[in-house]
Structure formats: C-alpha cells, structure tokens
Design a protein around this ligand. Structure first.
Ligand code: PLP
Length: 295
C-alpha cells in the first residue's frame, strides 16, 4: 500500500465543544514506527476502525462513518469519539490524498497502552488499489459458514458482531479460504442458513425487481455503501428492503453485488460455482453514483 500521510490524534471528550481541534492532532511519518510495544491494538486487536473512500480529495460518507465509529466504540466500551474533532482530522488528512482519483482514509481508535490513561487514535491516507476491473468484470463467491445463528448478536453481545473492531484475522482467513476454493471472495452464512455479508463488504440481491440486503441485526456491519446505494435506488423509484434472507433465495436473484467503501459495487458473477447474470448498466449506474458523492 502506498501510504501518503498519517496523523496522531489525542482523543478529547465527546462533549468538548471547542471550535478548533487542530492542536489535538499532529502529523506522523507514515513510514516510521509510531506505536509503543504495549499498544492493545497490536497486542489484542482491541480497538475499532473505519475505512473511507476518498475521491478527488473528497472523503465519502463522513457522517455515516463517524456514526458507525461511535457505535463500534460503544459496543467495545471505548470512550465516545468527539465527532467534530474526528471531522477536522479527516479534513486535514484528506488534503494529502491523491488530487485526482481514489484514496483510502482509515480512522483507528484503540484502547491504547495497557493500563494507560487514554485511548490511542490515528488517521492514515493511502492510494486505493485499482478496482476498475472488479467493478466491471465482477467477482466469484463461495459461501462459508460463520458458525453463528442469526440471533447470536442478542444472545452473546460480547462477540461484538456488528462492531467494526480491529480483530480482522478471521475475516482475512475467510478470504484466503475462498481463494483456496477457487473464488475471489467469501460470503458468510449463518449456521441456521441465512445470508450474512462478505468479510469486508455487504451483499445486495435483486429478487423479482426488489433490492434486498441482509438485516444488520443478524450480526453484520450496517454498511455505509449499502445505505448510499439504497438511497440512490429509492430516489429513482426502486423498492429496497432489509430481510432475513435464506441461502436458498440466492437461486431467485437475477443480479447481486458486494458493496463497500473502497471497492464500491462489484457485481457477483457466481456463488458456489453457480453463475449469476451481471447487469452491466445497473452496475455502472451504481458505481457512477458512488464515485460522484462529495461530502
Ligand atoms: N461488512 C464488513 C465486515 C466490512 O468490513 C465492511 C467494510 O469494510 C462492510 C461490511 C462494508 O461497509 P462499508 O460500506 O461501510 O465500507
């Protein structure tokens, strides 16, 4: 990854109402060591994060990403982030993204050093990978059992399903397993037979003209991209819905996409070796919409 910029942020109370937070962050050399060895983000993956797309230096969906950062922090009993402080840090960092084209901005909030007084926080900016081929040609998925039933998030909230924690080793292992099985990405399913999400993206299916996505309450991340895609589709008169979707309903879909902040909308060309049609005009429309967002 080509790192462009990083800044360290000293988190302040969520109700700190000062106007200018610029003296609470400082640039870091993205190539130099920055974390103490006792950092719990490195020791235990104990923290939360967000990845935002940046297009022509415009960070995308800042509000929804900050809301999700706060929701993840709450699930992990981390202090609530101050949204205005993070907003200003995002603005400062995005100024170092590519002038034209796509970048990735990451927000990281860690529990900090063991027994330390405050969380550790930092923001990074890097060039995005070129995703144009996957947006056009699409991706093959294999379903992988996540081993949890759909009601586990309410029965066992300590599993932190639905929080975007730094512990992504399981998600990365699932992608490696999908590749071993000859696919490009994984599609998690619940132990009781419902569709969930991919390790780094949400699923949208089109069934009989309606666009449906799995219920966030089933222990998946409520995606900022999926929400933006649904708002776009609703504006042009399409029906959208959140549902508990049985795996068998894949056979009813006439198109499907994985959607996420940086890859954007990747059409699904096959699931478990069963081919799915690609709606190229709709895919192009979704990616045009996603790339045109300016906020
Ligand atoms: N689900 C998981 C597990 C993810 O890690 C991500 C993004 O990284 C998503 C869904 C998609 O979320 P977003 O559209 O906000 O990027």
């Amino acid at each position: 990854m080509a790192w462009r910029f990083a800044l360290a942020l000293a988190p302040v109370a969520s109700d700190d109402a000062r106007e200018d937070f610029s003296d609470t962050f400082r640039p870091l050399d993205p190539g130099a060591p920055a974390l103490p060895v006792g950092e719990l983000s490195a020791q235990r993956g104990d923290g939360v994060f967000e990845s935002l797309g940046v297009v022509d230096r415009h960070p995308q969906e800042v509000g929804p990403h900050l809301e999700r950062l706060a929701a993840s922090a709450a699930l992990c009993d981390l202090p609530a982030p101050n949204p205005e402080q993070w907003r200003q840090a995002i603005r400062a960092a995005a100024a170092h993204a590519p002038i034209t084209g796509e970048g990735v901005l990451k927000l990281i909030l860690s529990r900090g050093v063991e027994h330390g007084a405050t969380p550790t926080a930092w923001v990074t900016v890097a060039d995005a990978a070129d995703n144009s081929a996957v947006r056009e040609r699409g991706i093959r998925l294999v379903t992988l059992d996540r081993g949890y039933a759909l009601d586990v998030p309410t029965r066992a909230p300590w599993l932190l399903l639905g929080a975007k924690t730094l512990s992504y080793a399981v998600n990365m292992a699932a992608i490696r397993e999908a590749k071993r099985r000859g696919a490009d990405d994984a599609l998690f399913v619940s132990s009781d037979g419902f569709l969930l999400e991919a390790p780094t993206a949400n699923l949208i299916l089109r069934i009989h003209g309606r666009f449906v996505t799995p219920l966030p309450a089933g222990g998946i991340l409520h995606g900022t991209t999926q929400r933006s895609v649904f708002a776009h589709l609703e504006r042009s008169g399409h029906d959208t819905a959140y549902e508990a979707i049985p795996v068998a309903d894949l056979a009813k879909a006439d198109a499907a996409w994985l959607v996420s902040s940086v890859r954007l909308a990747a059409p699904v060309t096959a699931v478990d070796g069963i081919r799915l049609a690609v709606d190229a005009p709709r895919t192009a429309d979704l990616n045009r919409h996603l790339l045109s967002r300016r906020d």
